[in-house]
Ligand binder design. Structure first.
Ligand code: BES
Ligand code: ZN
Ligand code: ZN
Length: 506
């Protein structure tokens, strides 16, 4: 391999080097494994080269029906004749016409997940010449996400990230971008996977400060006294039942040559580091996964870190509200009326509907900066999972153009979102006889929408989209392309959205 064609990327100290080798000969790649992506009936490009080098092995297997190329099919060919690698792993990608960027992200992750089940020293991936740069970038990201598991605290690891990954036939810049995207996704996943007694508002804020230092972001951390001075009494109310004090973290990225003081994009995240439900206590079964209730904050942090590492020409702010929702002696109560920073009073009808109460203040803080768009992301409601299932996030908006941009960015990277309506009658449901609003609707029906309606009250008419990731943020069970636990949902869409956002002067 010629060193001048090799880029090594490691933005986080733990991320393993990922390299590009644009002119490598796949047959001579001497690593532990080489991954070949294959669709049905396609023996062209890299596949044709390898077929020839192996004396027709691939075509024979296809004829025998052992290699079909269907989506996520995983066929390891050990000690392949004529090749220098230890194994050739063939991953099915389905018909070429259906291969979007999301499919390649997952297909590459399937390969990495499979190979990382035991330690490897060097793994190669074959980039296909017909892929677009976007597809290749997502495949690189998927490969780096798939090798990382949720076994942070296991002595005997279930997954072993490769110390070295090489993308054969790929351009250095594209591989670098893919690796930086994976760093953001894996950062978000790690934060979600950390246990709540290790990751709480203060330690999340410390993590954010570390990342900010590494990628060069401005950071402001508001501790409890500052939150009191700022009048963030909604956030503070939620935090009252916990021995852990809350934090609000604001991160600011200004792209090269940015002069305007108005952010082009604000990312806002729900950072409930553990949601017991408070006095409206959750049943034990539903509580186990509630370390994931800071997934929105993790996504906002992961995304802005990658946006900064990519040096995108935009001005982005990320703000996260970090609290633990507990039922200690000082816990906020049903019937309490809290005055949010905006002055709006909220009557508490259920202490488990805490995310919207926290976000009320974070959105107000962000609105002070007058961003052109606000996108918030939150594991907000079980109702959204009832509506859309585990894999699809709900989106809600006060501005269709803003929402369309979010939806297009998510689709471009293969994350599923679906817009839900914001009809006026849902506003009536959050009216309260004693305060300006109450924190739940009438009964359970349309619960994801009433939650969004509450948030809308705090964005001061700025174009805004809310994303409810209660379903996709956390996987109870492993999937072929990802271990169980945090998924890093919305990091890639946010990076894509920032990339599509034009910086506006004035
Ligand atoms: N954090 C939960 C929502 C959630 C549920 C996230 C399942 C991930 C998986 C949220 O704070 C909550 O408890 N919402 C309540 C609202 C209700 C009390 C109006 C819910 O969805 O049940
Ligand atoms: Zn809750
Ligand atoms: Zn919650």
């Amino acid at each position: 391999m010629s060193p001048e064609f090799t880029a090594t990327v490691a933005t986080s100290p733990k991320s393993a080097p990922i390299q590009a080798d644009p002119s490598a000969d796949p047959a001579r790649f001497a690593g532990d494994a080489l991954v070949l992506f294959l669709g049905p009936g396609e023996v062209s490009g890299a596949a044709a080269e390898l077929d020839q080098a192996t004396g027709g092995l691939i075509t024979t297997l296809i004829e025998n029906g052992d290699l079909t190329g269907k989506r996520y099919e995983c066929v390891p060919l050990l000690a392949p004749p004529g090749l220098a690698c230890g194994q050739l792993l063939v991953i099915g990608t389905g018909p070429a016409a259906e291969a979007d960027a999301g499919l390649l992200y997952r297909a590459a992750a399937v390969a990495s997940r499979q190979l990382s089940s035991r330690p490897r020293s060097r793994v190669g991936f074959l980039a296909e010449g017909r892929w677009t740069n976007d597809q290749l970038e997502q495949a690189v990201a998927g490969a780096a996400v798939g090798m990382v598991g949720q076994d942070i605290y296991r002595a005997e690891k279930k997954q072993h990230p490769f110390p070295a990954t090489v993308w054969l036939g790929a351009a250095v810049e594209v591989v670098t971008r893919g690796a930086l995207i994976a760093d953001g996704v894996n950062l978000a996943r790690r934060l979600v996977n950390l246990p709540p007694d290790d990751l709480y508002p203060e330690t999340f804020a410390e993590e954010a400060a570390t990342i900010a230092g590494r990628v060069g972001l401005e950071i402001e951390i508001w501790d409890q006294p500052r939150l009191e001075r700022e009048g963030c009494r909604a956030m503070l109310a939620v935090a009252k039942g916990s021995s852990r004090s809350p934090r609000l973290v604001v991160l600011r990225y200004r792209g090269p040559g940015q002069q305007s003081d108005r952010p082009d994009l604000a990312l806002v995240g729900k950072g409930v580091t553990f949601d017991s439900g408070g006095l409206s206590l959750k049943p034990s079964d539903g509580m186990l996964a509630m370390k994931c209730d800071m997934s929105g904050a993790a996504a906002a942090l992961g995304a802005i870190a990658t946006i900064a590492a990519l040096k995108l020409p935009v001005d982005v702010v990320a703000a996260v509200g970090l609290v633990e929702n507990m039922n200690g002696a000082a816990a906020y109560k049903l019937g309490d009326v809290v005055t949010a920073r905006s002055g709006t009073t909220i009557e508490i009808h259920n202490t488990d509907a805490e995310g919207r109460v926290v976000l009320a203040d974070v959105l107000d803080v962000v609105a002070d900066l007058q961003p052109r768009r606000i996108v918030d992301v939150a594991t907000l409601t079980g109702a959204c999972m009832v509506a859309l299932g585990r894999d699809i996030a709900g989106v809600f908006t006060n501005d269709q153009a803003c929402c369309d941009a979010v939806v297009a960015a998510a689709e471009a990277v293969g994350e599923r979102v679906w817009q839900l309506p914001m009809d006026r009658d849902f506003d009536e449901q959050i009216e309260s006889p004693v305060a300006d609003i109450k924190n739940v609707g009438e009964g359970r029906l349309g619960g994801a929408i009433t939650a969004a309606k509450l948030l809308e009250r705090f964005v001061r008419g700025i174009p805004w989209t809310h994303i409810d990731i209660a379903g996709p943020a956390f996987a109870d069970k492993p999937r072929p392309w990802i271990a169980g636990g945090g998924t890093g949902s919305m990091v890639r869409p946010f990076v894509e959205l920032a990339r599509r956002t034009q910086h506006a002067q004035d």
